[in-house]
Each structure stands twice: as structure tokens, then as C-alpha cells.
Design a protein around this ligand. Sequence first.
Ligand SMILES: NC(=O)c1ccc[n+]([C@@H]2O[C@H](COP(=O)([O-])OP(=O)(O)OC[C@H]3O[C@@H](n4cnc5c(N)ncnc54)[C@H](OP(=O)(O)O)[C@@H]3O)[C@@H](O)[C@H]2O)c1
Length: 300
Amino acid sequence: MKVLLTGGSGQVGQEILKSKPRAIEIISPRRDTLDLSDQSACKKIVEDHKPDWIINCGAYTQVDEAEKNIPLSQKINSYAPAAFVEASNETNTNLLQISTDFVFDGNQNFPYKENQERNPLSQYGSSKALGEELIEKKINDIEKVTILRTSWVISPIGKNFVLTMLKLHSEKEIIKVVSDQIGCPTSAGELAKVCWKIIELKKKKKLPFILHWSDAGVASWFDIAVAVGELAKELGINKKEAFVLPINTSEYPTPAQRPKYSLLNTQNASNLLDINPIHWRKNLRNILIEYKNLEKLKDI
Ligand SMILES: NC(=O)c1ccc[n+]([C@@H]2O[C@H](COP(=O)([O-])OP(=O)(O)OC[C@H]3O[C@@H](n4cnc5c(N)ncnc54)[C@H](OP(=O)(O)O)[C@@H]3O)[C@@H](O)[C@H]2O)c1
């Protein structure tokens, strides 16, 4: 089986590459070989390689930057997936599209189900929502697509909240962190396992067009910042932890508006894929252990 992976240098892409089943041939072009903002290049690579699957992890993920880069974020997050679908209709390719909790507005206080209406607040959310809509509109056979929405992705590499907090804990006495945005982190490694399980199961059974996945539990950014401080000290990554002060979103204005509540209901995916999500704090601990090991390797 041949898989075309985009975003292979990103948090999720790296984990997908690491956990690739042996029998699968993977093509993972970097940005200089496949620019996702170029629709004709997206079509051509599918026509040339005729993969059995595309895992589209590549995305314009800078949420605040997207507010002022509307055309570019749309090209990458909306029109690249559309181009993949158009080409896939001809090559009989399946698509696994990674999407986001930011397609929702966050105006509820119970976990979002897959069939709930999209109402994004930010340009990033809108561009990802448009990507979902274009896939749905253009696909010939809906069973060839799975949209996997996830939230607050964290890993030992790349740019993410955990790595930012690690640094701040080591440098500052007090860190102010938003406590009124509620959701759940997702370990990129666990998400990668879910991606491979979807591909394996799709051979045997039908899966819904949209699935939700995150770690188990619920958290605010404040909760995660506290946990990073405690665990980093316990694991000997940082000598000290800063005091984390909870603040409201209004005290930390950002260019992009974020949902107040974006917990995803993962029950469907958990049942269908027969995987129980692990609690975020346990996954966070494992991510920090991996981070520590990677740092040790840098010293050798
Ligand atoms: N991060 C989150 O908190 C989060 C939350 C919910 C959903 N998601 C979704 O999960 C997926 C994976 O996210 P992630 O956290 O792994 O993202 P990430 O670490 O920011 O990686 C993004 C990837 O996209 C690639 N990319 C960006 N623009 C490109 C372009 N024009 N041409 C080719 N490649 C390009 C990047 O390549 P370079 O290395 O060259 O920049 C990188 O490999 C995305 O679909 C994202 O929307 C993420």
C-alpha cells in the first residue's frame, strides 16, 4: 500500500512517519518538493504516484498569523484538500484529512459531536472548515474520505504550548496563562496511531465521514501550564517551576478569536476503532520524557 503524507516535518507528520507499519510505502514530500499553496502541484503529485491513501497533515497552523494571511491560509487549508480530492476521484485514492476543533464557535458547555454545525471564529478555523466543505462537495465517493478532527496538538518537537511553557517555567517566576478556554490536548503520537488504525480498518468496514479524536480528560491552558511545571521538575528537565497565575482571555488579547469551549466528543472514534484515549496528563508525561531523551541526544 502506498501513502502520500503531507506535513511530514510537522508534529503529527513526524509521529505518522515514526509509527508507519512496515508494509506501507510512504511518500512524504517536503515543502520544496510539494508546495501546498499550489493546487496544480497537489493534483500532479497524486496523478504521478497514484497513492492508495493521502494523509493530509500539512496545514497553515499559525492561528494568529492567519488573520492577516487570508489568501495563503485558504490556499493551504482549503484549496489543497480540494485539489487532493479532485485528483483522488480519478486515481481511486482515499483521503485522511486532519482537521480541527477550531471549526466550532465554542458557545456550548458539552463536548462537540461530529455532526454539529461548523461556525468558526477565526481565519484559521474558517480555512479548515472550508477545506472540509470543499472535500464534501467535490468527492465522488464519500466513503473514500475520513476527516479526523483533533484539538490542541502537543509533541516533543516543533512549536507547541508545552514547549513554550517548559521554557517559561525555567526563565520566569510568574507565568500568566488563560484559564477560561476549555478543551483537551492531544498527543501527536496517539493521534498518529489513530490515523494508521483508520487506514487499516477502512479495508474491512465503513467509517463515518467525520471522526473526533483527542486525549481523554478536560483542561484549560492554565491546567496544562501547571502540569508542565510540575512534571518538568519531577522529571529533572527544569530545576524550578514558575507560579502559574490564571487569567481571562480578555487579559491576553490575540489577533485570532479562539473558542471558549472546544472539547471534542471522541466516543464514536473510540468505539469504532476500539482504542481508548489515554488521559492527557499521562500522555504529557510521556511527551516530556521523550523531550528529555531528545535533549540528551543533542548533547552527545
Ligand atoms: N497544532 C494544533 O494544535 C492542531 C490542533 C488541531 C488540529 N490540527 C491539525 O493537525 C494537522 C497537523 O498539525 P501539526 O500540529 O502537526 O502542524 P505543524 O507542526 O505546524 O506542521 C505543519 C506542517 O505543514 C507543512 N506546511 C505548511 N505550509 C506548507 C506549504 N505551503 N507547503 C508544504 N507544506 C506546508 C509544514 O511544513 P514546514 O516544516 O516546511 O513548515 C509542516 O510539515 C493540521 O492539519 C492541523 O490543522 C493541529
